[in-house]
Ligand binder design. Sequence first.
Ligand code: RP5
Length: 156
Amino acid sequence: MGMKVGVVMGSTSDLGVMKGAFEILDQFGVEYEKRVLSAHRTPHALEQWVKEAEERGVVAFIAGAGGAAHLAGVVAAFTTRPVIAVPITSKLLGLDSLLAMVQMPSGIPVATVAIDGAKNASLLAIEMMAITDTALQQKLKDFRETQAAKILATEI
Ligand code: RP5
């Protein structure tokens, strides 16, 4: 069974930001599952999805949510796979989402990226998978080289 990433967001209103996560995963040819599930609106369905996703080969989860953003923490409560949190811009400019995610109490960690940092969330998940996947490691090196070349070629 191939390694997959599980991407979940609390609402369809998060989709605009979370599309960035899909773009990177597509670019690297990494398989993923994507769902809209909420920690407070659909807690039982969320628990079921996390457990079943693991059985289907999901090795890392990405959770995007805004406001009182407990989605990533709740996902992490149901799995020992790494969970990456994406704080989504909100009425409080995403500061509420950021603090809710980054301030996980000791014992159940989540790795929080920047506000709206969906692309970095996918890159981090890919870096985790690349530990045991040399082809992915090479793709990451190529990605960084391309990125650097673009900057060095920029004329202002
Ligand atoms: C969270 O509340 C979602 O992750 C979203 O960022 C925020 C607002 O959700 P909607 O009211 O737009 O559905 O659960």
